[in-house]
Design a binder for this molecule. Sequence first.
Ligand code: ZN
Length: 225
Amino acid sequence: MSPQAEPHPAPNESTLYSPAWIREEVTRIVELHESGTMPSIVQLGHPVLRMQAQQHGAQLGQELLRRFLDAMKAVMLDAPGVGLAAPQLGIPLRIAVLEDLYETSPEIAAAREREPLEYLEILNPRYERVGERSAEFYEGCLSFNGYQGVVVRPADITTSFTDADGLPREQAFSGWQARIFQHETDHLNGTVYIDKALSRSLCANHEYPRWANPDVDLARRGLDF
Ligand code: ZN
C-alpha cells in the first residue's frame, strides 16, 4: 500500500478520548486503510502510549470493530511486526492483534522457544505468570523505531481475553508466543518494552546483526549488561 499518512491527532482537552472522539478517529483510520493508505504507527512521545487504555465494551459496535481489526492486522503485517496494540494507532482501547508466521532458523527457534503463532485478536486481555521460568531475549517495538533491547519476561503465562465476537477465552502461552502476548498487553497499560528492558542491552537495528545469536550471551558479554 501507499505511503504513511499524517501523524495521528491528539484530541483537545474537552473531547479527551471520549467515546465520540474514539469512534470518529477509528472511523478515520478505517476509511484511510480502506482507501488504500496505510495508517501510520504512533511513536514514543505520543501520550496515548503512556495511558491506561479503556476497557473495550460497545464503543465501536460490531461492524466498526471488525473493520478496525482488519486495519490493525494490515498495519501489523505491512510494518512488518508480530503484534500491534490499538494505542499504536492512537486509539486508547484494550484491543490487540498478534501473528508470528515468519521463517526463522532452527537454532533461533529452539533457543527462543519460537513456535508459529496463528493470527489472534485479543480484546481486554490479561496475563499472569505461571511457575518460575523466565526468558531473556531481544525485542523491538513498532512505536520505538530503530532499536532493540533485552527484556526478561516470564516464560509461561496464562491469559484471558475476549475474541471479536465477545466470547471469553482462556489460553496458556509459552516462550516467544508468551513474549508477544505480554508485549502487546503491556501497551494497553501504558508500558512500552523499553520500560522493562536492560538499558545497556539497547541496540540500534544496524548494530543488532552482530548480536543476532540464538541467545543473548554474546551480547551480554560484549555490551556488559
Ligand atoms: Zn510494541
